[in-house]
Design a protein around this ligand. Structure first.
Ligand code: AMP
Length: 361
């Protein structure tokens, strides 16, 4: 592979056809780049805005290899892409982010071990394979605690709360007795994230730290600037940079953190996402170059774009029937509406978001 940037007219292959792939594809088009999107079902929101589409299973390695053979670089819009699919794609085209970023982010125990191995604070945790592991860890970590499946958890799914030792058995059953981790519940003041981009040449840039509010386990709002002192903003970015560097990451990586109340150290990392992230959607309207464009730039070997925030912003997700209010949002001043083109508004489904912009404070 050459280090020369992919010129306009090149094609980016994206594994995954959800809203993240859709917005990545739109950003690529601004740079004169095309996208070819691979998804396991034909009703993919990203298919509406792609030059080429393929439907196939993520474990159909021949189909993945064929897809990768038609593009100049491959990336992913979700982290649970099977390792074999990344390998099959990698034999035909360069794949960014690197496999290591996915391996770490796909498995909560590996993720916690990796992050704490870098000397970065995380919640107290233990790997759980049996009910007796869980009982023992519950005694050690002390409830309240959260039992989370190691794989395939997102938006609070695959999680059970443990308030007392008596909850261990029902929690274990409720997550299907799958390999898990137990995490002590962090008494946090606020949740933060750092959307970070790292280029193929190792250059790193950070968007401003975001303050996130979740509702029913799903991101509800992301606000910038976060209400934190400059020293904490700097520390959060340093943590994100350390993780991106240690992974040799290329593209956007998002590091989610808790700001603890009271005792030091103030920040503890919750998890990492080796991709563009919902908490970075505000960058579309409050920065010159969005997270989506910067991901595209990074994987294509382009110079990274300006991450400076020119406005304050509040991003609000439109979940389920919220999106029915599109007319109202479209008429609101200083508000950008982003809809994902999904036909059916099921409860809990991300249908779109709005970015409300105000002058930078
Ligand atoms: P996760 O799937 O790990 O991102 O968890 C989803 C949400 O659950 C987080 O954004 C937090 O609001 C909450 N959460 C997860 N882990 C913890 C923890 N150890 N302590 C407190 N809250 C947590």
């Amino acid at each position: 592979m050459t280090d020369a940037p992919l010129p306009p007219g090149s094609t980016i292959g994206i594994l995954g056809g959800g809203q993240l792939g859709r917005m990545m594809s739109a950003a690529a088009s601004r740079l004169g780049l095309k996208t070819h999107i691979y998804n396991d079902t034909p009703d993919a929101p990203a298919f509406h805005v792609a030059a080429k589409t393929s439907v196939g299973a993520y474990d159909d390695l021949d189909a993945i290899a064929h897809f990768a053979g038609q593009v100049d670089v491959v990336t992913c819009e979700f982290e649970n892409v099977p390792a074999a699919a990344l390998e099959a794609a990698g034999a035909a085209a360069p794949v960014f982010p690197p496999v290591k970023s996915f391996e770490v982010a796909q498995e909560r125990l590996a993720e916690k071990d990796f992050i704490s191995g870098l000397g970065i604070a995380v919640a107290p945790y233990a790997g759980i394979d049996t009910l007796s592991d869980l009982k023992e860890a519950t005694l050690r970590i002390q409830p309240p605690a959260l039992l989370k499946t190691r794989r395939f958890g997102y938006d609070g799914k695959g999680q059970a709360r443990i308030h007392t030792l008596c909850d261990a058995e029902s929690a274990w059953e409720s997550i299907g007795e799958a390999p898990a981790i137990l995490e002590g519940l962090v008494d946090f003041e606020r949740e933060l994230s750092v959307v970070t981009v790292r280029g193929r040449d190792g250059a790193v840039r950070f968007y401003d730290v975001v303050e996130n509010v979740h509702k029913d386990g799903i991101l509800h709002t992301s606000t910038v600037p976060a209400r934190i002192p400059p020293a904490l903003e700097k520390e959060a970015k340093e943590i994100a940079g350390k993780i991106a560097e240690a992974l040799g990451h290329v593209g956007i990586i998002t590091v989610e953190m808790f700001q603890r109340g009271g005792a030091a150290p103030a920040l503890a990392v919750n998890e990492i996402a080796p991709r563009v992230h919902n908490s970075g959607h505000w960058t579309q309207d409050a920065c010159l170059v969005s997270q989506f464009e910067n991901h595209v730039r990074a994987i294509c070997g382009w110079p990274l774009g300006d991450v400076t925030r020119h406005s304050d912003a509040v991003m609000t997700n439109l979940i389920g029937s919220d999106a029915e209010g599109w007319r109202h949002y479209a008429a609101e001043p200083s508000t950008a509406v982003h809809l994902y083109g999904k036909a059916e508004a099921r409860p809990g489904r991300k249908m779109g978001h709005i970015n409300k912009i105000s002058p930078k404070t």
